[in-house]
Unconditional design. Structure first.
Ligand SMILES: Cc1cc2nc3c(=O)[nH]c(=O)nc-3n(C[C@H](O)[C@H](O)[C@H](O)COP(=O)(O)O)c2cc1C
Ligand code: FES
Lengths: 156, 587
C-alpha cells in the first residue's frame, strides 16, 4: 500500500490517537498486513510514539503484522460450530489447502487462520473467505467453495 | 446517492451467495445498478427460516425459498417491469409481521426486525419510532424517565443484569463533565448473535434508546462500539445515524428542547476482552484493550476519565418501548426479579437454530423443546451451555428451571448476553470444556498472572485428558486452579473463565473419570480414546474402506473380512462413512 492510500485511511478516521485502532485495522485489511514502514508512517501522522503504535497493533487479532496470502480463510473455532461437526470440516479445509493454522501456501495464494465466533452459529460450521461468510459447511463442500476463489493445491 | 429500490437477501441460508450473485448479475444485465441496491443481510433470519429469503423495498415484498432462477425473475418482473411476482411472494408485507415461529415467543426487541426496512427511517417512524424520544424531551424530566425505568425493572442485557435506571442515575449524579454515553455492540460470546440482528434489522430503536439515556445522564456525545466482524451491522448503523441527523433526531436542539446529542461509530479489531466495559473504553481511546480495576466505575470515571454510561444494545433497544408504553407494561412480563423479554441465540443440536425472543421465566425445557423444536434427530438432550465462555453447562436435571438471572446463577451458570448452545448425547463434555478454555486462554489480555498462566495450565490438563494422558488428581488440580484464577483476576473474563470447566466437573464428573481412569470417551468424540473396528460378520469384503483410507491402515483381501490397524489409524471416520453395510463401529 502506498502512502497516499494510507493517508486517505488516516483522513477518513481521525488524525489523532482516537483513530488509531480503526486506522490500523482498516490499513491491515487493505494492505493484507502492516510493515514497520506503515507503522512508522501512522505514528508520525498521529504524533504518537512508534512503540505505542506497535503495541496497539500487536494487541488486536484483526491487525496483521505478518504477510498473508492473497486469500485469507478464517475458520470459526468456537464451541457452537464445533458441536455441529466443525472438526471434520476443519480437517477438510487443511487438507484442501495443504497447510495448517497460521500458515501460507508456498505459492502465496492462501493463508489459513482461525477466528472466534462471527455470530453465524445457527448455520455452523462456518468459515470466512476474505470478506464472505460461508455456513452449513460439510467436509465435502469446502473444496468447491475454496476453488471458486482461486486454485487450490492440497490433497483431494 | 439514493436508490430507487433495495433488495435485502438473507445471507446465512445455504446457497444464498448464488442467489445474491443472480440478483446482482440480473441487475447489471438490465443496467439497474444505479437504481437498485442489492444487499446481503442476516437480519431476516429468525427461528422460522423459509429457505433463502429476500425483501424488496420500498414495497416490502417478502420472497421466500428462492433459487438463482427466481432471483432473475424477480429483478426482471418486479424491479424492471414493476410487477411483484406473486408466485414467489410470501404474504402482503408491512401489514403482516414475520410470523412468530412459536406461540411462546414474544417479540419486543425483535418486533421490527425483518419487518421494516432498516435503511429507511420512515419505516421506523411508521411503527411509532422516535415517539418516545419526542415524549421524553417535550413532556418528561430526567427524573420522571428514571422513575419509569425503575418501574419497568429493566436489567442490563449484556452481562451482569444491573438495573438500567440505577446505572443511569449514578452517571447522572456524577459531578464531572462532559459525560459520555456508550453502546456495547461488541457481542463476542461464541454462540451469541442477538445484538447483530437488532443492529442490522432495527438500528433506530437502539439510537432512540441511547438518545433517551443521554438525556437522563446529561451526555451530548455517544459512541457505538461495534465489532469489526459485523460489517453489515456497521453499514446499516451508519445509514441510520445519517438519516436520524437529517430528521433532527440527532444533533442540536432535538425537538426544540435544547437537548443536543450526537453519535459516532467505533469499530473493534478482533479482541474479545474489548467487550468488557473498561477495556472497551480504552479501545475507543485508541489504546490496547486492557481492563482496569473497578471502582472507579465508568459512571464516575470512564471514557477519557469522564463519567460514562455503558449499556448493551438490547438494553437500549428496550428503552424507547418502555417509555412509550409505560414501565408497568414491561414489567407485566417476566418473573419477580427478571422482567420483560430476552432475546436468545439458539445454536447446537436443536432442530430450529436461530434467534428467539421469549418472556424471562420460561423454562429451559420450553426453550429447547417448544421453541427450539427439540434435539436434532431426536437424540437425547445432554446439556445446555449458557452465558458464553464465562458461563456454565446446565444438565438435564434442571430442564424445568425458569430462565432468569437468579436461577441460572444458582446452578453455576450466568445469563450473559444470551447465547444458548445445546448439546446432545454425542457431545463430550470434557471436549467442550476444553474448547471454551482454549477460547479464554487465547483471549486473556495477559494482564493478570492467574488468568494468563492459570488458563494455559488448565488447557494443558484438559488436552492431556482428552488425548489419553490424564492422571489421577487432574480433576482436583483443575478445580483448584479454577478457584485461584477466579480469585486472582481483575475483570470478568478471568473471574468467569473457569466456569465451563467447573460446571462440567460438577455435573459430568463421571465423564472426566472415564477419560482419566478407563481411558474411554463415553461420547466417542476424543480420538485418542476411541477405536474403529470392522465387524467380521457383517463385512462383505468390498474393499471400499481400504481404498478410501487416507493412511492405508486397512488391510484385507477382496470378499474377505477387513481389519483396521489401530496403530496406523488416525480415527478420521471416513471408513465408517463409506462402508455400504455399516460394518464399522466405534468403541
Ligand atoms: C470479558 C468480558 C466480555 C464482555 N463482553 C460483552 C459484550 O460483548 N457485550 C456486552 O454488552 N457486554 C459485555 N460484557 C459486559 C460489559 O462489561 C458490561 O457489563 C455491559 O456492557 C453493561 O451493559 P448492560 O448493563 O446493559 O448489561 C463483557 C464483560 C466481560 C468481563
Ligand atoms: S461459533 Fe462459529 S459462528 Fe458462532
Amino acid at each position: 500500500m502506498n502512502e497516499l492510500a494510507l493517508q486517505a485511511i488516516i483522513q477518513h478516521y481521525r488524525t489523532s490517537e482516537e483513530g488509531l485502532v480503526e486506522i490500523l485495522r482498516e490499513a491491515s485489511r487493505q494492505a493484507g498486513y502492516l510493515t514497520p514502514e506503515h507503522l512508522a508512517f501512522i505514528a508520525k501522522a498521529l504524533h504518537l510514539p512508534q512503540s505505542q503504535v506497535h503495541s496497539v497493533a500487536s494487541f488486536y487479532s484483526l491487525i496483521s503484522l505478518k504477510p498473508l496470502g492473497r486469500h485469507v480463510v478464517r475458520f470459526c473455532q468456537d464451541a457452537p460450530c464445533h458441536v455441529v461437526g466443525g472438526r471434520a470440516v476443519w480437517e477438510a479445509v487443511q487438507a484442501a489447502l495443504g497447510i495448517g493454522v497460521g500458515e501460507t501456501t508456498p505459492d502465496g495464494r492462501w493463508s489459513l487462520l482461525t477466528t472466534s465466533c462471527i455470530g453465524a452459529c445457527s448455520v455452523g460450521p462456518v468459515m470466512m473467505v476474505d470478506d464472505d461468510i460461508h455456513g452449513n459447511l460439510t467436509p465435502e463442500s469446502v473444496r468447491d467453495i475454496l476453488a471458486r476463489y482461486d486454485k487450490i493445491g492440497g490433497a483431494a | 446517492m439514493a436508490y430507487r429500490a433495495n433488495i435485502l437477501i438473507s445471507s446465512e441460508a445455504p446457497g444464498a451467495d448464488a442467489v445474491q450473485a443472480a440478483f446482482l448479475s440480473k441487475v447489471q444485465d438490465l443496467q439497474l445498478e444505479d437504481e437498485v441496491q442489492v444487499l446481503a443481510t442476516t437480519a431476516l433470519m429468525g427461528a422460522a427460516t423459509q429457505g433463502i429469503e429476500a425483501l424488496v423495498y420500498p414495497e416490502g415484498t417478502r420472497y421466500v425459498n428462492l433459487t438463482p432462477a427466481d432471483a432473475a425473475t424477480i429483478v426482471e418482473e418486479h424491479l424492471y417491469k414493476g410487477r411483484p411476482v406473486q408466485r414467489l411472494a410470501y404474504v402482503e408485507p408491512k401489514v403482516t409481521p414475520l410470523p412468530p415461529p412459536n406461540t411462546k415467543e414474544v417479540r419486543v426487541v425483535l418486533g421490527n426486525v425483518g419487518k421494516i426496512n432498516p435503511f429507511d427511517i420512515e419505516d421506523y417512524i411508521a411503527e411509532d419510532g422516535y415517539m418516545a424520544l419526542a415524549k421524553v424531551l417535550t413532556e418528561m424530566t430526567p427524573d420522571q424517565v428514571v422513575e419509569e425505568m425503575k418501574k419497568s425493572g429493566l436489567r442490563g442485557r449484556g452481562g451482569a443484569g444491573f438495573p438500567a435506571y440505577m446505572k443511569w442515575t449514578l452517571a447522572r449524579n456524577s459531578p464531572n463533565k462532559p459525560k459520555f454515553l456508550i453502546c456495547n455492540g461488541d457481542e463476542g460470546d461464541p454462540g451469541a448473535f442477538m445484538n447483530r440482528s437488532v443492529l442490522e434489522g432495527d438500528p433506530h430503536s437502539v439510537i432512540e434508546g441511547m438518545a433517551i439515556a443521554a438525556y437522563v445522564v446529561g451526555a451530548e456525545q455517544g459512541y457505538f462500539y461495534v465489532r469489526a466482524e459485523y460489517p453489515i451491522a456497521i453499514r446499516t448503523l451508519r445509514v441510520a445515524i445519517e438519516q436520524a441527523r437529517e430528521y433532527g433526531f440527532l444533533g442540536q436542539n432535538i425537538f426544540g428542547s435544547g437537548f443536543n446529542f450526537d453519535l459516532e461509530i467505533r469499530m473493534g479489531a478482533g479482541a474479545f476482552v474489548c467487550g468488557e466495559e473498561t477495556a472497551l473504553m480504552r479501545s475507543i481511546e485508541g489504546k490496547r484493550g486492557m481492563p482496569s480495576t473497578r471502582p472507579p466505575f465508568p459512571a464516575a470515571s470512564g471514557l477519557w476519565g469522564k463519567p460514562s454510561n455503558i449499556n448493551n444494545v438490547e438494553t437500549y433497544a428496550n428503552t424507547a418501548k418502555i417509555l412509550l408504553k409505560g414501565g408497568e407494561w414491561f414489567s407485566s412480563v417476566g418473573t419477580e426479579k427478571s422482567k420483560g423479554t430476552k432475546t436468545f441465540a439458539i445454536a447446537g443440536k436443536v432442530k430450529r437454530t436461530g434467534l428467539i425472543e421469549v418472556p424471562l421465566g420460561l423454562t429451559l425445557r420450553e426453550v429447547v423443546y417448544d421453541v427450539g423444536g427439540g434435539i436434532l434427530n431426536d437424540k437425547k438432550f445432554k446439556a445446555v451451555q449458557t452465558g458464553g465462555p464465562m458461563g456454565g453447562c446446565i444438565p438435564e436435571q434442571f430442564l424445568d428451571m425458569p430462565v432468569d438471572y437468579e436461577s441460572l446463577a444458582s446452578v453455576g451458570s450466568i445469563m450473559g448476553s444470551g447465547g444458548f448452545v445445546i448439546m446432545d448425547e454425542d457431545t463430550c463434555m470434557v471436549d467442550i470444556a476444553r474448547f471454551f478454555m482454549d477460547f479464554v486462554q487465547d483471549e486473556s489480555c495477559g494482564k493478570c498472572v492467574p488468568c494468563r498462566v492459570g488458563t494455559r495450565r488448565m488447557l494443558e490438563i484438559l488436552n492431556d485428558i482428552c488425548e489419553g494422558r490424564g492422571q489421577p488428581g487432574d480433576i482436583e488440580r483443575l478445580e483448584e486452579l479454577g478457584k485461584s484464577i477466579m480469585r486472582g483476576s481483575l475483570c470478568g473474563l478471568g473471574q468467569g473463565a473457569p466456569n465451563p470447566v467447573l460446571s462440567t466437573i460438577k455435573y459430568f464428573r463421571h465423564e472426566y473419570e472415564a477419560h482419566i481412569y478407563e481411558k474411554k470417551c463415553p461420547a466417542k468424540v476424543c480420538r485418542a480414546l476411541i477405536e474403529y473396528k470392522v465387524n467380521p460378520e457383517t463385512c462383505i469384503g468390498c474393499t471400499r474402506c481400504a481404498r478410501n483410507c487416507p493412511v492405508n491402515a486397512i488391510s484385507g483381501k477382496p470378499k474377505e473380512a477387513h481389519y483396521i490397524d489401530p496403530s496406523i489409524c488416525i480415527r478420521c471416520g471416513i471408513c465408517s462413512q463409506v462402508c455400504p453395510v455399516n460394518a464399522i463401529s466405534v468403541e
